[in-house]
Design a protein around this ligand. Sequence first.
Ligand code: CMP
Length: 141
Amino acid sequence: MTIERTLSIIKPHAVAKNIIGKIFYRLECAKLLIIGCKMLQLTPTQAREFYIAHQEKIFFKNLIQCMTSGPSMISVLEGENAIYSYRQLMGATNPIHALSGTIRADYADSLTENAIHGSDSSISAEREIDFFFNVHELFSK
Ligand code: CMP
């Protein structure tokens, strides 16, 4: 049994749709503990730094625009195989390919406005958690 942490972002368009509770409920049902949480509106500088791996991509500008358009709900999830387990709940990045019943299949509006973000590896999870949270803001069981 591997207990992991992963970063979750409920993106601005999903926050605007008032579905934070619906998404959190799915996490809780999947035994992912929310051990830290904050709502904040990313600045362009923060968004560009967070998504630096995509800076050369054609969609980068649009991604930054979407991610700074309003508040995001950012949380750290902890649980057994949390990284994989959350990505299963999320569904594919492109909602057209997301399996039915996944969060993106149900709540994404487009490929960029795909409702949520989740870390894709343990290295990303560590970087992304450190990007938003300090040790005093996380409350493990
Ligand atoms: P996310 O999981 O937050 O990680 C990077 C984001 O870039 C992704 O979700 C999408 O919002 C966006 N993205 C990835 N690929 C594309 C693409 N081909 N076109 C537009 N946006 C994309």
